[in-house]
Design a binder for this molecule. Sequence first.
Ligand SMILES: [Zn+2]
Length: 150
Amino acid sequence: MTNETVQPAATAVIGCPFCDTLNRVTLDRLDDRPKCAQCEKPLLLDRPVQAKDDHLSKVINGATVPVIVDFYADWCGPCKMMAPVLDELAKERAGALLVVKVNSDLNPVSPQHYGVRGIPTLIVFKDGQEVGRQVGAAPKARLIALIDGA
Ligand SMILES: [Zn+2]
């Protein structure tokens, strides 16, 4: 018996980029290099993860850390400007923030579901609830304020 408080593990649900299987990963053990339970390819969490219409809500609701979702399209110039910012955030906050990208051309249902009217739109969720939204390209400081201020 100890008096230590047991902190619940930070976890997230993400789709495998190779086989689409949903995996629950323990974020405070990223050094263990989590692998997909189905295809055993590595699940990389120091970069944005792609989500699809059929599992985006599970990803948003399944994370115990804040989630920022980037609704983007490949032809969208301002979206391209945001890409390196999101890469940086994912790397700097690996394990404490889940950065999710949704290609709105390939996944038309999710933008509609979340009321996205233009891209890029970035939405921050905590415990499955929207806590902040940015429409249009924005500096990194603005995204950090959305994530930390909510
Ligand atoms: Zn897989």
